[in-house]
Ligand binder design. Structure first.
Ligand code: BES
Ligand code: MN
Ligand code: ZN
Length: 484
């Protein structure tokens, strides 16, 4: 997708469609100039169609030669209390409508909104996220949008940054939407190699033999029921004179059948998306050089398939993790934390200043927050706050859950240091409490994206969040790393 900043004034734009967000709380007032250029048709058409800027309402106008652009699309934003959110959503809807009317080039102009880089970034992000479609195995009938132009003032650097964030998000979406017969642990490792090559990162891939030698038995245990060999992938972005060292760990369960504690049909249906954390980590690492991030960032991905083969790990098994702790398996479906235990233990080798893991970890996070927010838990106030702030800027909702000591007590085993499942209630907190034992006291935060990584129903969907993979977390993490 080509993204540019318009040079001339809005009325001189040669484009296929000029999209104009309209806020309900300002009405058509900011569109006076446009209305005049179109001999009052804006107001007339709005009245005829009861268009008053309500959120997600649109109105398509033909300009009958009065402007160089043949089409103007008004997009309601509602009251627009949160400006970037409103513009992101409106631009996404505009991009979708543009595709639906088979248009190649869209210009976005937001009179009545603050003329800032933040607004321009939101427009670009929205358009790119809204235009996204997963086309690897099925080509859509409507041709793809090819160019997006924002009508300034906007700095090119801000627009480029927004474009990069959106691209990274779509990269994660493609990985998560990929079918699990294609996106296997070795395939994920191969994607990581390509990421390393393109972004100039150092990479190490540990297969089963190296994991065995290293003592990463937890990830091996989870993968034992599958013919797909588990892989631990470590990507290292190391800029000159790096400020801090950050490790990002991602759950990469390429398919979660639950293991011997097998899931129901409904529970299993979307479990190709159980590697969304890993996809987010790869997407973030891939974008770091372009964004000029000044921290060393190490991505650790645990890629594994949780199936039921005759070597599968079993309830009652006790396994030893990379850092020497023992874990009693009480539920093979609580596999993500077991995989992440080894990843977080590996992270300690870098003596990180901050560790953030991202994982589709618990159904409990979905019960608590629905499809509308990720949960964050951690041991460091400043780190959690920084992630909450970054999420706010990115328009990704994150809600903190408490990590009381009692949750850790629930994870203690009678026969091992820990058990991997501690009963149903407070499940997201218990999962996080388990992970907290593997971070070696370093500042750490955990993002549970189980509810927001993949949208299979209408719920949670929005113009910039189409059905399927969302790429949740990519933009939050990148914003955090750029700002921090
Ligand atoms: N991958 C699932 C969590 C999940 C559920 C992700 C729904 C996305 C949507 C995870 O591995 C899992 O099965 N967790 C169990 C843990 C339990 C057995 C302690 C869960 O949440 O039910
Ligand atoms: Mn599971
Ligand atoms: Zn899982």
């Amino acid at each position: 997708m080509k993204v540019t900043v318009a040079r001339g004034p809005w009325h001189a734009l040669r484009t296929d469609l000029l999209a104009v967000p309209v806020r309900e709380d300002a009405g058509l007032e900011p569109l006076t100039e446009l209305d005049r250029a179109l001999s009052g048709w804006v107001r007339q058409a709005a009245e005829l169609n009861g268009f008053a800027g309500k959120r997600d309402r649109t109105l398509l106008l033909f300009t009958h030669g009065k402007l160089p652009t043949p089409r103007v699309l008004l997009v309601g934003t509602g009251k627009a209390a949160d400006v970037p959110d409103a513009l992101r959503r409106a631009a996404a809807l505009a991009a979708r409508e543009a595709q639906a009317v088979r248009v190649r080039r869209v210009s976005l102009w937001a009179p009545g909104f603050p003329a800032t880089d933040t607004s321009a970034e939101a427009l670009v992000e929205g358009a790119l996220l809204g235009a996204y479609r997963y086309t690897r195995y099925k080509h859509p009938e409507d041709p793809p949008l090819e160019a997006v132009e924002v009508v300034g003032p906007a700095s090119l650097s801000a627009v480029r940054r927004a474009q990069r964030l959106a691209q990274a998000t779509c990269f994660a979406r493609d990985l998560v939407n990929g079918p699990p017969n294609e996106v296997t642990p070795p395939a994920l490792a191969q994607v990581a190699r390509e990421v390393a090559r393109k972004a100039g990162l150092a990479i190490r891939v540990f297969g089963p033999r190296q994991l065995e030698r290293m003592g990463a038995r937890a990830i091996l245990a989870v993968g034992a029921g599958s013919r797909q060999p588990p892989q631990m992938v470590v990507l290292d972005y190391r800029p000159a004179r790096a400020r801090r060292t950050v490790v990002l760990a991602g759950k990469g369960v390429t398919f979660d059948a639950g293991g011997l504690d097998i899931k129901t049909h409904e529970g299993m249906e979307t479990m190709k998306a159980d590697m969304a954390g890993a996809a987010a980590v790869l997407a973030v690492l891939q974008a770091l050089p372009d964004l000029g991030v000044r921290h060393r960032v190490v991505g650790v991905v645990g890629a594994v398939e949780n199936l039921l083969g005759d070597a599968a790990f079993k309830p009652g098994d006790i396994i030893r993790t990379l850092d020497g702790k023992t874990v009693e398996i009480t539920n093979t479906d609580a596999e993500g934390r077991v995989v992440l235990a080894d990843c977080l233990a590996y992270a300690q080798r870098y003596r990180p200043d901050a560790v953030v893991d991202i994982a589709t970890l618990t159904g409990a996070a979905v019960v608590a927050l629905g499809y509308h927010a990720a949960a964050v838990l951690g041991n460091d106030r400043a780190l959690v706050d920084a992630l909450l702030r970054a999420g706010d800027q990115a328009g990704e909702r994150i809600w903190e859950l408490p990590l009381y000591e009692e949750f850790l007590e629930a994870m203690r085993s009678d026969v091992a240091d820990l058990k991997n499942s501690g009963g149903r209630y407070g499940g997201a907190q218990k999962g996080a409490a388990f992970l907290s034992r593997f971070v070696g006291g370093r500042p750490w935060a955990h993002l549970d994206i189980a509810g927001v990584a993949y949208l299979d129903t209408q719920e949670g969907q929005a113009p910039h969040l189409p059905k399927g993979a969302t790429g949740f977390g990519v933009r939050t993490l990148l914003r955090w790393l750029v700002e921090a």
